[in-house]
Design a binder for this molecule. Structure first.
Ligand code: PHB
Length: 393
């Protein structure tokens, strides 16, 4: 009985240690692991994209000694299934249950729109390594939301310009009906028509449907000068193959944003050869950073990187810059954001800066499929930045 009356030596020690921790305050708490929440698709048509982004992100962290701002990392992962309906719950799980310090995601624009709302409502730092929804860095821009990939209209604009320069007069567009497809088509249409072309028909399928046959029949009947398509992942593989199998490849050139042929060439084989696409990256971009990135990625994962891997890599590179500026102390949010806003990222795509709305300013390359490579054949638009679209930062 006696032993409950007087505090034991052990209890005294515990109390002493706790008091010490309290006195140290939030600074000590900041030395714990940095919790990073990866919300990405690991199943469905965009599964390979989610995996490549994860690999790229982790590679950049490893190259930084496995730490960010001196802190070890603890990863929390959620498969968002590219399902916008599940996005609020998935984002909340990471923020409220797992208490992540940073959210990284995602691929699908519809999911990202919902995710960015949750991030804004909770003031959680969010880095988007793919989803291009124009509004996120436009009217919905926020101090805590960054993007290291692109906005949907950017590659589209570049291809619209190139096709107008090639004196194509008519185009048919085809895509999934959701923000990414619509905005990609929107960018293409704006610059193609500004250059004298005309989009004569816009074809849409529900995401992620891949029954293309009736649409291909319609394209054959319309006989445009060119077809512009936005598809990605598994859907891109099937569309490019079906287009060639329908006999259209030899009569009407198929072009698109680079997603149509990125990370997909192994599966597309002959059907993709010679295709022109526009993107902020190209496999064979012969600059030191890209060569080093490709060698390190291939060594680590035994597969070639693609645009998605590169975007994941740059998401971590951006976070490294922010975290180093505050020496790992995420409570210094304003300083962290400021460092990220001013970042000049040494990206495998070339030098990367961010706009006021936190969206990439970068070159958009013209690429041509040669074998298993998206070969860079020129710069379609130099230093492309989005027009100001109501961002109040
Ligand atoms: C998007 O939904 O924003 C998206 C998805 C896949 C891509 C590009 C954009 O390759």
């Amino acid at each position: 009985m006696n032993r409950f009356r007087k505090p034991s030596r052990f209890a005294a020690l515990v109390a002493f240690a706790a008091a010490g921790l309290l006195a140290a305050g939030p600074a000590a708490a900041q030395q714990g692991k940095l919790k990073v929440g990866l919300m990405l698709p690991y199943t469905g048509t965009y599964a390979a994209l989610g995996t490549a982004i994860t690999n790229g992100f982790k590679l950049a962290v490893e190259e930084n000694g496995g730490k960010l701002g001196g802190r070890e990392i603890e990863y929390f992962t959620v498969d968002d299934e590219s399902d916008p309906a599940k996005a609020p719950e998935n984002a909340n799980k990471l923020i409220k249950r797992d208490n992540v310090d940073v959210l990284v995601g995602t691929v699908h624009s519809g999911v990202a729109l919902a995710m960015s709302k949750v991030a804004r409502d909770n003031n959680t730092l969010l880095i988007i390594p793919n989803a291009g929804a124009d509004d996120i860095t436009g009217p919905l821009c926020a101090a805590n939301v960054f993007r290291t990939s692109f906005s949907n209209s950017q590659p589209g604009r570049a291809m619209g310009k190139v096709m107008a320069e090639q004196k194509k007069k008519t185009a048919v567009t085809i895509t999934w009906k959701y923000a990414a497809g619509e905005e990609s088509i929107g960018g293409f249409k704006e610059d193609f028509e500004a250059g004298g072309g005309k989009v004569v028909k816009e074809l849409y399928l529900p995401f992620p449907q891949v029954e293309f046959q009736s649409y291909l029949t319609e394209i054959a009947a319309l006989k445009p000068d060119v077809v512009y398509a936005f598809f990605a992942g598994g859907g891109a593989v099937k569309f490019v193959k079906d287009y060639a199998a329908a006999g259209l490849k030899t009569t009407i050139p198929l072009v698109g944003p680079g997603f149509l042929t990125d990370g997909t060439l192994e599966a597309q084989g002959e059907s993709a050869q010679g295709m022109l696409t526009t993107l902020h990256y190209g496999d064979g971009l012969n600059i030191p950073k890209n060569n080093a990135f490709r060698a390190a990625y291939t060594k680590a994962y035994k597969v070639e990187p693609d645009v998605y891997a590169m975007q994941g890599y740059d998401a971590a590179q951006l976070l490294v810059i922010g975290m180093n500026a505050v020496k790992g102390d995420t409570s210094k949010r304003a300083d962290l954001v400021k460092a990220m806003e001013g970042a000049r990222i040494d990206s495998p795509r070339g030098s990367l800066a961010l706009s006021k709305g936190h969206n990439p300013i970068h070159d958009i390359y013209l690429r041509k499929v040669e074998g298993k490579e998206n070969k860079v054949v020129g710069v379609a638009v130099k230093n492309l930045t989005d027009p100001p679209r109501g961002c109040k930062l």
